[in-house]
Structures are given as C-alpha cells and as structure tokens.
Write a protein that binds this ligand. Sequence first.
Ligand code: NAD
Length: 396
Amino acid sequence: MKALLLENIHDEAVRTLRAAGYEVERHSGALSEADLIDALDGVDLLGVRSRTVVTPNVVAARGQSLLAVGAFCIGTNQLALSDLASAGVAAFNAPYSNTRSVVELVMGEIIALARRLGDRNTQMHHGVWRKSAIGSHEIRGRSLGIIGYGNIGSQLSVLAEAMGMRVWYYDIADKLPLGNARRCDSLEELLQTVETVSVHVDGRPENTGMIGAHEFSLMRPRALFLNLSRGQVVDVAALADNLRTGHLAGAGIDVFPTEPRSGEEPFLSELRELDNVILTPHVGGSTQEAQIDIGRYVAGKLIDYAENASTGMSVNLPEIASVPTTGARISHLHHNVPGIMANLNRLVADHGGNVTYQALATRGELGYAVLDIGDTDRELLRDVSGLEGTIRARVL
Ligand code: NAD
C-alpha cells in the first residue's frame, strides 16, 4: 500500500508507516485541489495537516481508490468529512496528542502570574530594576479551580497537586476526582472557592460566553484567571474590565474569539495594554513532542484501519475499536437500513462461513460491521460488495 504525506508531517509518521511496510511519498507543502487529485493516483492513505483542503471534488475524483485520510493535527475542518464517509473513506485526527503540552504551559503560567514574571521581564527589557516581593506568591498551598475535567483538566489536576496546589474542579459530566481533587456541584461554587481559575471546556456551542461579567464578579478578589481552551468561551471585554479594576490580579490567555489567520495580520486586543496578562498566540499544544506524538498516533490509526478494519476514534465513520483478527476479516460499511445485517449474515452462511467475531456500530445514516469468519473465498467478497446498501466492503 502507498501513503502520501503532505505539509511536512513529522518524520515519526514516515517511520511508523515504513516500519509497517508501507511505501511513503512526501511533499513539504500543501497541494491545490487539482494537484491533489493528480497526486492521489495510486495512493491508499493520505496524510494532511491544516492547509490541504480535501474538497468534495477530490473525494468525487479519488474516493473510490482511497482507503483513509489522516489529519495530522487536531482540527478536521479542512476535510469534506461526510463526502469521505459516503465514499467509504475513513478519516482520523489526533485530538489528544498535545494534552501534556497544554498542561505544562498552564503550570508555567500559573507560576509566572503568581510571581508577575511577565511584567518583571518587560520592565527589565526596558532597563527597569524593580526588586520587590509585593504581589508575588508561591503556588504551594494555593487553590486551583479547573472548569472542564476532561483530558487536559484532569492531567492539570495531577500536576498542580504535585506542585502543592489544592485542586477543585467542576464538570457537567460526572468525573471521578484524581488524587485529592475535590468536585464542585456548580460553576458558581467553584468560582467562589478558589484563588486561580483555569478553563478547559470543549467548544460546544452552549459554552460560548460561559465566563462573562457575572462569573468574574463571583471570583475571589485578586484571583488569577487562565483560558487555554477556546476563545469564544470567555467574554474578553468583561475580562479586561475586571483586570483594569484590579478585581482580577492577572490572566493567562492563549485563545481568542478572533485570531489572526497568519503572522502577516496584527493581533488586536484590549488585553495587550494590561498589567500581569500573559498573551500567547494559541500555542498551548504546539511543541515538538506533540508533533511526534501526532505523527505516531495518526499513522497508527491509518495502519490499524488498513490492517484490522478498526475505526476507533474515526471522525466520520461508525467506531469499532481494534480487536485482533480471529480468522478472515470482512469489513462492511453500509447504509443504515433495516435488514442489511440479516442479509449480510445470510450471505456469509450461504458461503459456509462460521462467524467467530462480529461487531456493528452505527453513526447516523451509516452502519459499519466487522466479521471474522473461519474460512472465506473471493466469491464472498464479490457477493458482499454487491449486497444492496453496501458502501464499501473489504476482506482482510
Ligand atoms: P475534553 O473533551 O477531553 O474535555 C472537555 C471537558 O469539559 C469534558 O469533560 C466536558 O464534560 C467538560 N465540559 C464541557 N462543557 C462544560 C461546561 N459548560 N462546564 C463544565 N465542564 C464542561 O477536551 P480536552 O482535550 O481536555 O481539551 C479541552 C479544551 O482545550 C478544548 O476546548 C480544546 O479545544 C482545547 N485545546 C486547546 C489547545 C491550545 O493550543 N490552546 C490545545 C489542545 C486543546
């Protein structure tokens, strides 16, 4: 099988694919629609980052021969996901490879804010020597409130405790506390309890503006506030007001409601003028280690799909986790219509196949079945592919 990797995807992905026996072709840049269609001739697996757009036209031209697409990044807006699904092409991304990177930056910023390092550093660069302990604190023993106890929030909980902080968290889902962390029953309770608040919720629409004037007013005087999750979650004008009045002692902000699309555009924000505010250009997850992990993880997902038919963590197909094969494996992506599984099983039985493993998952209008059978023949694949409602069938 052949993989095409674009946009300087990390060497780790190339190593992983080649070690599994795949031929790998690389391009350093992104490709236009027409060039991508040309380049996909004879390609089974495609790897992109954020700049190559896999359009409906690309899928119409190459979807039949393409097996899977890997977005070697977090976002998948550049992929025509439903077109890919309708063509039977699985898509994967790496949503959690940079968790640790974000957590380390949060810890660094909590210390930097507690010691007013941003201001001290700027003063020194302007030749100002302001040696003072006023407003500087250790983080040991101080309280941290984590809003959103998911992958990042829960890992932050562990590292913050290791540094001696006392951790509270609030999540809309029922999450088990790690270490000595304490659960809050409401956002209000958390905001009123802690000295430092860090937001780690996901980008669901209901979270837009969830931290505004009312929420800031509930925070303790001189609290520190961090948002390295999504820009739209925080009302920036309300945050700036609370920093100006001194109700908040400082903030660390990595994400913004509107972010420059490239380094050519200026960063405009009223937060730029304020003291003890650390501003970073959405780099919470941007480390070499995260890039290596993304390369390894997404390449692994592509291989697992090609070899075991696993769609675990796919962003567009029904998910069936990786299970070792117990015989010849049939994967069958189909329209989720009544009777299709009965027809599939009948067909296998008609071919004398004894099913040793079977899994079915559905996602909207799609169904995905994986069957292991003791013995199979090429005719079975032909018949399975011809079954009414089939989008794509493979025998592995
Ligand atoms: P996750 O999905 O694992 O966790 C999100 C948690 O927030 C879940 O437990 C969910 O139940 C909870 N939640 C959602 N809405 C909530 C609400 N209103 N109140 C309380 N809890 C709520 O996500 P993650 O991987 O931990 O990522 C967290 C955030 O960080 C995401 O928004 C992600 O996009 C962002 N992120 C930013 C960077 C960066 O570079 N700054 C990098 C990676 C991730």
